[in-house]
Design a protein around this ligand. Structure first.
Ligand code: M6R
Length: 618
């Protein structure tokens, strides 16, 4: 994981690096560090364990010189504990004039380290990354050219890496490479940037180029060159970042998560914009990589994703199957390719990922492509690897999501799932077009309903705050409410570090009901009673079963459900909508509940322990 930023140009390099790291800190926050080269040609490095604030304090105490070139890193530890010594940058060689930052894992580092140790190199950290710093420094001593030295070493590294290097003896250039880890170039006027994603530099420029697999970047203030690992020049394709820099700042909110929960009406509206007409028909131009013939021939859809994105996939499954009658299975990306799945050319793999850099999901999609499937990505980040490697992309327009816990990206992913379902259904034409348009029109109303939910979150906030001492919370749901229950439990584990589990309510009597004892809090997602096939009566029975055994119930129910109040201690009402669309609304109080409970426990909601936003290791 780790966040990487590089800058060369006339601005205050330190400010650019620290600003970039602040926006990338979601990628890891075990330690942070920077190296700069002063105009007089001296490399200086500061690094510190802990969050970025510790590094900033260190620099205040030991200031860095004004500089026109530098690199910065925020770490999610893999090899070596989160200490000052293991923090990046790492210096290479006896000269200690070369500085390197790395995101990823160098899988053959032990073998390379043994080679270096045998040659007399001593190490000052336990990281795999330091190996690359010494190898490049050694090559530099031979050739006197940083690009030549760098190119000779990256081909020897196995695994995943984005690496940036600067050297005091060639102070005008940053050399970088990527394999299986993200790297994006930001283009400026007389200045250029590098970042793990566009958030690193969007404050300064919206012109960007994403770096391909196994490519080397040679970055100077006035030039950008990209070569493949085997030295061939790479044609650069520029894109414009559509994120607003202010969207990646807290803007007066107590946390990024609080802000991002409130951003959801916009995230849903922006994801629908230009794709859903006022008559309810869907227009998905981004799917041009898939022909109508491809869709008509589809035998199966496999959704691959991890964590919250997988729950978005679970919800999409209900809608896609119901509307298009195409069988859908949802697979955790990391399980998918290791069980020899059945994939044919008539399989569509839908990969859902906010970051588009989740290694498990990238590996799953590569596997699917190798086995002949078409891949459609649902992704929130322009220029991300997943988007580049897929046949078609539906971008979720949630804007930058900074808090580690996913909120607005989820509701945007669910929205994209519904759009996909309606689009597939319109091509397969199993459900009458008029019915699809009716559903589309209801989907158009969702941003307004999300706003209503957001306006009424006080109750969820109060309940979360009151339950700060809870040791365990269970979540129950049925049909589309089941993945919502799973997501509610994930949010609580992730943010409040307490035992939380989501169950299909119908499964309760097959085991989990044994967990219920006096006072056990249980959150129940209650389906709409208006649906003819509604599971409402069954869920009410489930509530009675657990209350009879002492559970304290918080129900999430739709407005107008008059029965539920007599079966629950607390009811949080959300607006009525088409029952299959309800997850966009019912999940929001659960986000706020987890945020409030975590806040009441005094925890860091934006950067929960042990986690990183973007999981770029397998
Ligand atoms: O970037 P992705 O959507 O691929 O990330 C997938 C999961 O790592 C992510 O959703 C994770 O579960 C969230 N932190 C949950 O809030």
């Amino acid at each position: 994981m780790c966040g990487i930023v590089g800058y060369v140009g006339p601005k205050s390099t330190l400010e650019v690096l620290i600003g970039g790291l602040r926006r990338l800190e979601y990628r890891g926050y075990d330690s942070a560090g920077v190296s700069v080269i002063s105009p007089s040609g001296h490399l200086e490095t500061r690094k510190k364990a802990g969050k970025l604030g510790n590094l900033v304090a260190e620099i205040e105490e030991h200031p860095l010189p004004v500089a026109n070139i530098g690199i910065g890193h925020t770490r999610w530890a893999t090899h070596g504990a989160p200490t000052d010594g293991n923090a990046h940058p790492h210096l290479g060689g006896k000269r200690q004039k070369l500085s390197l930052i790395h995101n990823g894992i160098i899988e053959n580092f032990a073998e390379l380290k043994a080679e270096l140790v045998a040659a007399g190199t001593s190490f000052s950290s336990e990281t795999d990354s330091e190996v690359a710093a010494h190898l490049i420094a050694r090559e530099f001593e031979k050739s006197g050219d940083l690009v030549t030295a760098f190119s000779a070493v990256v081909v020897r590294l196995h695994g995943a890496f984005t690496i940036l290097v600067i050297d005091e003896d060639q102070p005008d250039v940053i050399v970088a490479a990527r394999r299986n880890a993200p790297l994006v170039i930001g283009l400026g006027d007389g200045e250029n940037f590098l970042g793990s994603d566009v958030a690193a530099f969007v404050e300064h420029t919206k012109r960007a180029i994403s770096v391909g697999q196994d490519e080397i970047v040679i970055l100077r203030a006035n030039s950008v060159e990209v070569r493949s690992f085997d030295g061939k020049p790479v044609q650069l394709e520029e894109f414009t970042v559509d994120w607003d820099a202010s969207a990646a700042s807290k803007g007066g909110w107590s946390s990024f998560m609080a802000k991002e929960i409130a951003d959801q009406p916009q995230a849903v509206a922006d994801t629908l914009m230009g794709r859903l007409n006022s008559d309810g028909s869907v227009h998905l131009s981004e799917t041009d990589g898939l022909s109508h013939e491809d869709i008509k021939n589809l035998e199966r859809i496999i959704i691959v994703a991890c964590g919250t994105a997988a729950y978005a996939g679970d919800i999409a499954k209900y809608a896609i199957e119901k509307w298009s009658r195409i069988p859908v299975q949802v697979e955790l990306s990391h399980e998918f390719r290791y069980r020899d799945p059945i994939i044919t050319k008539n399989t569509l793999v839908v990969a859902i990922s906010q970051s588009g850099e989740t290694m498990d999901t990238l590996m799953a999609t590569r596997y699917a492509k190798e086995h002949g499937a078409k891949v459609l990505a649902v992704c929130n980040t322009q220029g991300a690897t997943l988007a580049r490697e897929s046949d078609a992309v539906i971008y979720t327009h949630a804007g930058p999501e900074v808090a580690v816990a996913s909120t607005k990206a989820l509701t945007a992913q669910i929205t994209a799932g519904y759009l996909l379902g309606l689009w597939l259904a319109s091509i397969r034409a199993v459900v009458p077009a008029a019915e699809l348009k009716r559903l589309g029109k209801d989907l158009l109303k969702m941003p307004g309903r999300v706003s209503q939910v957001i306006a009424g979150l006080k109750q969820a906030e109060r309940l979360g705050t009151e339950m700060a001492d809870a040791k365990s919370v269970l979540f129950l749901g049925r049909n589309v409410g089941f993945p919502v229950a799973m997501e509610g439990a994930l949010k609580l584990k992730e943010l409040a570090y307490i035992h939380a589990e989501g169950f299909a309510a119908g499964e309760l009597k097959h085991g989990p009901i044994a967990l219920i004892e006096e006072g056990q809090p249980v959150v129940v997602i209650v389906p709409s009673p208006r649906d003819e096939e509604s599971l409402h009566p069954k869920v009410i029975s489930n509530i009675q079963e657990i209350r009879a055994r002492g559970a304290k119930v918080i129900a999430i129910a739709e407005e107008g459900d008059d029965q539920v109040a007599s079966y629950a201690e607390n009811v949080i009402y959300v607006p009525q909508c088409e029952p299959l669309l309800a997850p966009i609304l019912t999940v929001i109080p659960l986000q706020t509940f987890a945020l409030a409970l975590s806040t009441a426990k005094g925890l860091d909601v934006d950067q929960p322990r042990n986690l990183a936003k973007s999981v770029t290791v397998e």
